[in-house]
Ligand binder design. Sequence first.
Ligand code: KMH
Ligand code: ZN
Length: 269
Amino acid sequence: MEKLIITAALCGAETTREDNPNLPLTVEEIAEAGIEAAHAGASILHLHMRDKEGKASQDPALFEEAMSLIKRESDVILQFSTGGAVGMAIEERIGPLSLKPEMATLTTGTVNFGDEVFYNPPLYVEAFAQRMKELKIKPEVEVFEAGMIRNALYLVKKGLLEEPLHFDLVMGVPGAIGGEARDLLYLVESLPPSSTFTVAGIGRYELPLGAMAIILGGHVRVGFEDNIFYQKGVLAKSNAELVARMKRISQEIGREVAAPKEARKILGL
Ligand code: KMH
Ligand code: ZN
């Protein structure tokens, strides 16, 4: 089996300090948390940024600053969010792509997201895909529901995406696909055979789905965007703590963890 790629999703757009006081929020904190996660075994950092009030922001200047701080210390792969936060305009969400990160996310459909709606109509999705194609940014196709896999294949047909595709199976968001073993098997069986995939289990699904992904030959995402707990009732101290645990589990199972250079090879970057 190829080595395991661990992605650290450091803060997301929704998690707050009230949820977990260890959440990184400022540019410096996010960069520091990212470098620490990379040292613990992450080879990709999935980045969202926050403004001075701690609110989700797609301001390219914030991404640029974080990018420069992280790159000074680490060769970890940077993956920018184009999802941003629910309710953000497409112009805001697409802005940071101009900095040409190696990777960026691409959600290929609209989905209920808790009490809200994560809005991704075909025109948005195509605009993101077109921009990533122009700038040679590798998309990570974010799948919150099974139909989003078919939508990605339609984009391949239209020439907006190129195989092999890399997917992130985001599982257990309230309003979207569940986080049971059968849900993961169904999604994995629905992927085109040439694909690579990462699993991001939300909340209590992070650990069991991560372990399952390791066994299935997939990759794993952990971090405060998806889960704030180390175990039931115990808050995680840092993103790095969650990364280190996933690395230990993988090594115990006999699968080594990829360094950024090896992850680049696996993903064809
Ligand atoms: N914050 C969610 C609404 C992404 O990063 O591309 C969407 C999200 C997906 O986090
Ligand atoms: Zn995200």
